[in-house]
Design a protein around this ligand. Structure first.
Ligand code: ATP
Length: 373
C-alpha cells in the first residue's frame, strides 16, 4: 500500500471482522459502533488510553464478552455468540495465568491434552514450540522457578501450540521492566514473522505500537478513531486525538484553507502568517482546521530564517528541559499559544537557548498535517 492510501472498505481478506459493535455495561457505553477487520497474518495493535475500550474489543473477539449490538464474523461465518473454546483462538491475557504446580511441558501441552492429541505427537509439538519461543530444553522446569520473561514465553507457547489462526494478546509485557520488555517485544516480532499467525495486540504504549505493528487501531472513549499503518498514524493522523496521543505535537488553529491541485498540499493561514502544509483531500471545503506540527519537525532560529522554504512564527522561549540526547523547548507566540519543540542537544547548543529571549520557530513548507478542528 502507498503511504497515505486508505484500506479498502470491503476487505475480502478479513480473517475476523467486527461489524458495528456496541458494548454497554449498565448505563455505560464501553464500545460504540466499532468496525474492524483483522487480516490474515497481520500484526494489528489496539492502542489507546486506559478505559478507551481496547480490552473490551479483545474480549469480544475472544468470546469472553458478547456485543450488545453488532456482529463478529470469522472467515465470513457469524461467531458473535460462539463460546471462546469453540472459536479456537490463542489468548495471552493477564487473567489467563499459567498453572503454577505444573511443569513447563505440562502447561504448554495442556491445549493438546484437551484436544486429545496422542502423547508422542504432543511431546514432539511441545519440543518444537518451546524451541520457537526460545525455551528449548525447559520441558521439565517448574513455572515458579522461571523469570517473568520466561513465564511470558511459556504463556505464548501455550497459546500457540494448537496452531490458532489468530493470537490475542492483552498488554502481555506491562509487568516487565523496561529492558526485558524491549527484549520480549523483539521476540514477539520474530515469532510473529516465523509463524505467520495473525496477532491482535493491546497496549497503551505508543512506542510498542509503532515498532511492532503492521497496522494500529487507535481507540478513544469507546470509539475507534483510525486504523492505519504506523507511518500513516504518525504522519497522517485522522483526528486531533490521534495526532496528540501518538507522539508529541503542536496543534495550530488555521484558517483560509485552499487545497492545491490534487498534490495533497494546502495553503493556510495561522494568524497573519501564510503556511504551506499537507492534509487529506476531504478538508478541501472545510475552510479551517487544526494543523499538527510535530515537536521534532520544528527548529528554532535566533533571527528570522532567510529561507523561503520554511514556515516561520515569532516566539518567546519560556523554558527548556534537558533529556540527554535532545532538549525540549517550551515557547509562546504573541497570541499566547504554547509550542513544544524537540531539538537535538547539539542543535540546541548551537542555537543557544536563553529563557525569555525571542526566537523564530520554523518547519519546512509542505510538512505539518491538517486534521479536522
Ligand atoms: N464488566 C464490566 N462491567 C462494567 N464496566 C466495564 C466492564 N468491563 C469494562 N468496563 C468499563 O469499560 C471501559 C472500557 O474498558 P476496557 O478495559 O475495554 O478499556 P481499556 O482501553 O482496555 O483500558 P485498560 O488499559 O485500562 O484496560 C472502562 O471504563 C471499564 O471500566
Amino acid at each position: 500500500m502507498g503511504m497515505h492510501e486508505q484500506p479498502a472498505a470491503d476487505d475480502g481478506d478479513a480473517l475476523i471482522r467486527m461489524e458495528g459493535v456496541n458494548k454497554v455495561f449498565g448505563n455505560f457505553t464501553a464500545l460504540s459502533d466499532v468496525s474492524i477487520d483483522v487480516r490474515e497474518g497481520e500484526f494489528l495493535t489496539l492502542l489507546g488510553p486506559s478505559g478507551s475500550g481496547k480490552s473490551t474489543t479483545l474480549m469480544c473477539l475472544a468470546g469472553f464478552e458478547t456485543p450488545t449490538r453488532g456482529r463478529i464474523l470469522y472467515r465470513g461465518e457469524d461467531v458473535t455468540r460462539l463460546s471462546p473454546e469453540k472459536r479456537g483462538l490463542g489468548v495471552v491475557f493477564q487473567g489467563y495465568a499459567l498453572f503454577p504446580h505444573m511443569t513447563v511441558a505440562e502447561n504448554v501441552g495442556y491445549p493438546l491434552v484437551v484436544r486429545k492429541v496422542p502423547k508422542a505427537e504432543r511431546d514432539a509439538n511441545i519440543r518444537a514450540m518451546l524451541s520457537t519461543v526460545g525455551l528449548g530444553g525447559y520441558e521439565d522446569r517448574r513455572i515458579q522457578g522461571l523469570s517473568g520473561g520466561q513465564q511470558q514465553r511459556v504463556a505464548l507457547a501455550r497459546a500457540l501450540i494448537f496452531g490458532p489462526k489468530l493470537l490475542l494478546l492483552d498488554e502481555p509485557f506491562s509487568a516487565l521492566d523496561r529492558s526485558l520488555r524491549g527484549e520480549m517485544q523483539s521476540e514477539l516480532a520474530r515469532i510473529h514473522k516465523e509463524l505467520g499467525t495473525a496477532f491482535v495486540f493491546v497496549t497503551h504504549d505508543q512506542d510498542e505500537a509503532l515498532s511492532l505493528s503492521d497496522r494500529i487501531a487507535v481507540f478513544n472513549k469507546g470509539k475507534m478513531e483510525q486504523v492505519a499503518s504506523p507511518s500513516d498514524i504518525y504522519e497522517a493522523p485522522a483526528s486531533t486525538f490521534v495526532a496528540g496521543f501518538v507522539g508529541k505535537t503542536n496543534l495550530l488553529d488555521v484558517t483560509d484553507l485552499v487545497a492545491g491541485n490534487g498534490n495533497g498540499l494546502y495553503r493556510a493561514r495561522y494568524g497573519d502568517v501564510e503556511i504551506i502544509c499537507k492534509g487529506p483531500e476531504h478538508l478541501a471545503h472545510a475552510g479551517s482546521g487544526k494543523l499538527s506540527v510535530r515537536a521534532e519537525e520544528a527548529e528554532l532560529h535566533a533571527s528570522a530564517p532567510a529561507s523561503a522554504d520554511l514556515n516561520a512564527i515569532k516566539v518567546r522561549l519560556l523554558r527548556s528541559v534537558y533529556f540527554g540526547g535532545w532538549v525540549e523547548a517550551l515557547l509562546e507566540d504573541s497570541a499566547g499559544k504554547l509550542f513544544s519543540v524537540r531539538l537535538t542537544t547539539t542543535r540546541a547548543r548551537h542555537t543557544g537557548l536563553q529563557d525569555g529571549r525571542d526566537y523564530w520557530l520554523s518547519w519546512p513548507k509542505g510538512t505539518g498535517y491538517l486534521v479536522p478542528a
